[in-house]
Design a protein around this ligand. Sequence first.
Ligand code: URA
Length: 246
Amino acid sequence: MDMNALYRTALMLAEMDQHLGVQFAMRPPPVEQTATKKEEVPETPAAPKPIEIDTTLPAAAQLAAINELLLKSTPLFTGTRNCVPGEGNPNAQLMFIGEGPGKDEDAQGRPFVGAAGQLLDKMINAMGLKREDVFIANIVKWRPPRNRTPTEEEAALSMPWLEAQIQAVQPNIICALGNTPLRALKNNYNIGITRARGRQFLFGNIPVIPTYHPSYLLRNPAAKKDCWTDLQLVLEILGLKTPKRS
Ligand code: URA
């Protein structure tokens, strides 16, 4: 069928309608109004947005630019007091990544400053390092409501911020603290820290050693021994400890 001819005929009929006051043109049948419930269309999840930073700048300037963008952006959760971007040595060889800020971190805008943070500081010191030597960040940059675990989607939305931080710092190794960073960095939500801990994987070309989260260690002090084994491996990869002979 010639579509142009059909279109011309439809126009002509519509014109005749107008002039003669008669209905020649075909009208679509009236839509039946029913009282059935509108089908629920699932909301499309928000897509993570890449963070554009000038990667030729020194690490400290890149981190400052990331912080500035973070502070201007809409918080991932409502009811938060402060954004908690992360902090530490911009040229750190070692980066610790936690889950997300808790109450104390939200109040101060700094990562790992509560009870879990005090244990993390002890772990860092036991490794022969100082907090100022390392970089400490989290997967989510705002405190989740009631300290709940961030969802997979929330972690995915937050990853561009962390990726920009990793790109700026370029650590030689990352230590993932607990399930949330383990799963987000591995992009695998079917794994758990108990089986994955101490087993190296790569994030890009950076080795990652997963270990227990300090909050878990506070509740389960017996797991500190395994965590210490994992931290020794971190030191070994950094070349700060000679490998154990078997
Ligand atoms: N737990 C985390 O995962 N991150 C913090 O910053 C504090 C507690």
